[in-house]
Design a protein around this ligand. Structure first.
Ligand SMILES: Cc1cc2nc3c(=O)[nH]c(=O)nc-3n(C[C@H](O)[C@H](O)[C@H](O)COP(=O)(O)OP(=O)(O)OC[C@H]3O[C@@H](n4cnc5c(N)ncnc54)[C@H](O)[C@@H]3O)c2cc1C
Length: 265
């Protein structure tokens, strides 16, 4: 590994707020007029990629599949320290569910050249499935480890890492090439520097379309998606709630009485 690691970090642009609206007919998110940012879990993935590169050498390539303006997310990642940005964008990719998204991303990474480590966020703040990373690994026929909260060592083509389980922390050894999804506690992402911002402004974003991949259209985008959003709605709030007013002592007493009444205490 004298030349260092070829690290690919997958990032998604998401709405800055969780207060988003949906088109009730199509079930799609209305993204127009809503500011977009890097999915916060993906900033953690970028940070981990940068730390691994700083220790072992190599390059961090960031990849997103999305509309042309998703290039902004790639520039933000370059401003943090990533080396190169790749944007997979094509009308044929639109409307993809996680299966079609992960297939396309897998093929894009293969098209980009060699890779040692692929890092994904735990999940997104909009789709929130956490499926894309593991599905990519399956499409690429490489091992994957989810919920990674520490990279202990990388040497001799192997990674020793820890991941969070329901009942503790598991230490694993996995061979490269490998895909991991990182837990939110693995690091604290750095802020972009002014120098980074200047570099990002001038950086070339490499666009990849389906003319580069030549994937059959029935395997990508909406046609390649096995799932459909049938209906989307905000759940009704059934309890109106009760507003209690008064001094601090009165409020404590009222809450205490209510908890007793509900047999919580
Ligand atoms: C029928 C259907 C139609 C849809 N149509 C659209 C649509 O028209 N437009 C649209 O924007 N979304 C659409 N979606 C949502 C789309 O499926 C998800 O955006 C996408 O598959 C990722 O899923 P997720 O958000 O749950 O990500 P997760 O699986 O929670 O993401 C986990 C990690 O995978 C990586 N990742 C996820 N998405 C991307 C990406 N795009 N590029 C790079 N890395 C990524 C990130 O590292 C992320 O942290 C549709 C979904 C369905 C079911």
């Amino acid at each position: 590994m004298s030349e260092g690691l070829n690290i690919v970090v997958c990032i998604k642009q998401v709405p800055e707020t969780t207060e988003v609206n949906f088109d009730e007919e199509t079930g799609r998110l209305i993204r127009e007029g809503v500011a977009a940012v890097i999915n916060p879990f993906d900033e953690i993935a970028i940070e981990e990629g940068l730390r691994i590169k700083e220790k072992h050498g190599g390059a961090v390539k960031v990849l997103t599949m999305g509309p042309p303006w998703a290039a902004d997310a790639l520039r933000d990642a370059i401003a943090m320290g990533a080396d190169e940005g790749y944007l997979a964008t094509d009308r044929a990719f639109a409307g993809a569910d996680t299966w079609a998204t992960s297939l396309t991303l897998a093929k894009v990474i293969e098209h980009m050249g060699g890779y040692d480590l692929i890092i994904c966020g735990l999940k997104t703040t909009d789709g929130d499935t956490g499926q894309t990373g593991p599905e990519m690994a399956e499409h690429m026929d490489i091992p994957h480890v989810c919920y990674v909260n520490e990279i202990v060592e990388i040497s001799d083509g192997k990674v020793i890492l820890k991941r969070i389980m329901d009942d503790g922390v598991e230490t694993l050894e996995a061979p490269l090439p490998l895909l991991i999804t990182v837990s939110k506690d693995i690091n604290q992402p750095r802020l972009a520097t002014l120098r980074g911002r200047l570099k990002a402004k001038k950086a070339e974003i490499k666009e990849i379309t389906n003319s580069d991949l030549q994937l059959p259209v029935e395997e990508i985008g909406l046609d390649g998606s096995y799932t459909r959003v049938v209906k989307i709605f905000e759940p009704e709030v059934h309890m109106a709630g009760e507003v209690v007013e008064g001094s601090t002592d009165e409020l404590v007493e009222a809450v205490f009485a209510k908890l007793q009444e509900c047999k919580v205490i």
